[in-house]
Design a protein. Structure first.
Lengths: 339, 266
């Protein structure tokens, strides 16, 4: 009887599709699944909206599964009915669709359904029904009492601003750097983050960086010491400003090539806003010396690898911040640890 | 004549209480109608057709099922009352029990009697990863505390923790979670029953739940007047559920942690 009802509903849906009002809506669309938790279109389509939904519910093919494609929708979820009214598709599914305890899985199910149906030209929204009823609170993030127009961004920053906000939250970017524009300051913050996370050091805000940002916590200092201090991680080529064990900022640096920056525990003993390097005949703005003639200072070129004669090069925007932080006597711990 | 009227009045006066005492109390229902107000995935969520809840789950739903069984209800029917404010409005409620995150108000006592609390609304302190667990509230004073906008955590934090830096107010739970994960906040203060959902099974990205700040409130069950159910029976069964660990198990299962088991921070 239920099968009959589904067939009837599907027939109605097909009929609805070919009505003049819906004629503009193509009867083909993309099927959306997940790969490594991320939405992915598998590049196959099915005729008609009911066919599309059935293909989605059937899950990925064997070949797609071998390619890492998965579905958050339980296999065997029945399609109980489908209706199209004013370019909004109402899909009635069996209770199986709502059975799960994992919030992410539940949210992803609706995401897959909405992405798939929204890929049909002309479809502007989706209504989800379970056994003919309205789901309330079952799919976190979605208010299914209303028509869903867009899928959620499943806890992922996709805009530049969202990514900048995360970089600032983690200490890689100054709060003033959250501009929504992909600029040099953001690229440097991304580079510092890549160094911390052990990613290829290219400063590009790509999917890998975004995905890693989603599961990263604030950098932890290697040494647990009270008070204000600077920790230099030679392996990762970053400097951490630490206050009472909490990392306040992380800076991209370039230390001495060939291990010319000595490791050890030192203190800032000399500060010059514009220092002249006698042996190398160059100006070193915002210099904070901590051992011998070795200092943190601003420099025009700060590559992603150790490149200096021993000093710690910093970006022109970052050096004044470290200069202000590291007062006379501030401990500087230069450490080598595996990234 | 006057004596006769007096005697009759006296007889009636004496008979009235006896008659009232003889009237049978409302029979305890075997089919219970439980009012919900669906919305929170941990406490109660489901599928509604009209007013009928055709699929329900969550901490409060499972608690209602457990209680109903123990109170002799063989069949439990859930209804969704929306908006939640209508639950305790005057008039015949159309339900026997209501479990809908109710905090009792004096005005509502006309419609329903209330049980003892089944879930504390104390606030939990969730720490960022890498932060040492404070011994007490004083240990949080110098830390940057975050709260979610709209929660009642802000005045409680101001009163009990008295932080050196003003708390950071996040626009929502998702942002609060991000601020805590990224260490932009040292600690998040949230209703204790939401702490498990905040961490969301991703404990590796967060620190421990340091404890709870007593807030003095709790969620209670409303028992409709004239429903045939005695609030004292509900309280007794709640005590038993707490004593045999069922309530704690339900909380851990649906909320991620048992708020009652958290250490009290002073």
């Amino acid at each position: 009887m239920r099968r009959l009802a589904v067939s009837f509903s599907a027939a109605l849906a097909v009929a609805a599709l070919v009505t003049p009002a819906e004629a503009g809506a193509a009867t083909r669309g993309d099927i959306w699944f997940l790969r490594a938790g991320e939405p992915v279109s598998v590049g196959r389509s099915a005729p008609g909206v009911p066919g599309l939904v059935r293909s989605l519910l059937a899950g990925p093919t064997k070949r797609e599964r071998s390619d890492g494609v998965r579905s958050a929708i339980p296999v065997g979820t029945p399609l109980l009915g489908l209706r199209i009214d004013r370019r909004v598709v109402t899909v009635d599914l069996g209770a199986r669709f709502a059975q799960a305890r994992d919030e992410t899985a539940l949210t992803s199910r609706v995401g897959q359904l909405v992405r798939t149906l929204r890929s049909v030209p002309g479809v502007t929204g989706v209504r989800v029904r379970i056994e003919g009823g309205i789901p309330v609170g079952l799919f976190p993030g979605y208010d299914l009492r209303r028509t869903v127009r867009e899928p959620l961004d499943v806890d992922r920053p996709t805009s530049v601003r969202a990514t900048q906000l995360l970089l600032a939250d983690l200490g890689f970017l100054a709060p003033t750097g959250v501009t929504g524009q992909s600029d040099e300051e953001t690229a440097v913050a991304v580079l510092a983050f890549e160094k911390w996370a052990g990613l290829p050091r290219d400063g590009l805000l790509d999917d890998r960086v975004r995905a890693t940002l989603d599961r990263t916590t604030r950098p932890q200092p290697l040494l647990r010491r009270p008070g204000k201090r600077v920790e230099v991680d030679l392996a990762r080529q970053i400097a951490l400003l630490v206050v009472d064990g909490r990392v306040e900022r992380v800076f991209h640096i370039s230390s001495g090539a060939g291990g010319r920056t000595p490791s050890g525990s030192f203190r800032v003993y000399r500060k010059e806003r514009l220092s002249w390097s006698v042996p190398f005949s160059t100006w070193m703005p915002w210099a904070s010396y901590f051992v011998g003639g070795i200092a943190f200072h601003a420099y025009g070129s700060v590559p992603a690898y150790p490149a200096s004669h021993g000093c710690i090069r910093m970006m022109a925007r970052d050096a004044p911040l470290l200069y202000a932080f590291a007062t006379y006597g501030t401990p500087v711990d230069v450490l080598w640890r595996q990234a | 004549m006057r004596r006769l009227v007096g005697l009759l009045t006296l007889t009636l006066a004496l008979a009235a209480p006896a008659a009232a005492a003889d009237a049978p109390p409302p029979a305890r229902p075997t089919s219970l109608v439980v009012a919900l107000s669906l919305g929170d995935s941990g406490l109660q969520a489901g599928v509604v057709r009209g007013r009928e809840v055709i699929l329900a789950r969550g901490f409060e739903v499972e608690l209602a099922r457990l209680l109903a069984r123990r109170l002799g209800g063989r069949v439990v029917r859930f209804i969704d009352v929306r908006p939640p404010g209508r639950l305790l409005a005057a008039g015949a409620p159309g339900w026997h029990l209501a479990l809908a995150s109710i905090e009792p108000t004096p005005e509502a006592r006309g419609t329903a009697a209330f049980s003892a609390p089944y879930l504390t609304t104390d606030l939990a302190v969730v720490l960022r990863r890498g932060l040492e667990r404070p011994r007490g509230l004083a240990g949080l004073r110098t830390r940057l505390v975050c709260v979610a906008r709209g929660s009642d955590a802000l005045p409680v934090v101001a009163r009990t923790v008295r932080p050196v830096r003003p708390p950071l107010v996040a626009p929502g739970r998702e942002r609060l979670r991000t601020l805590l994960r990224t260490g932009a906040c040292d600690a998040a203060v949230v209703p204790a029953w939401q702490a498990g959902a905040l961490i969301g099974g991703r404990g590796r990205l967060f620190g421990p739940v340091a404890g709870r700040i007593e807030h003095g409130h709790g969620l209670v069950i409303a028992v409709a007047r004239g429903s045939g159910l005695d609030p004292a029976d509900v309280d007794r069964e709640l005590r038993r559920l707490r004593a045999d660990g069922s309530l704690g198990r339900l909380a851990r299962s649906w909320l991620g942690l048992d708020p009652a088991a958290l250490r009290r921070l002073r």
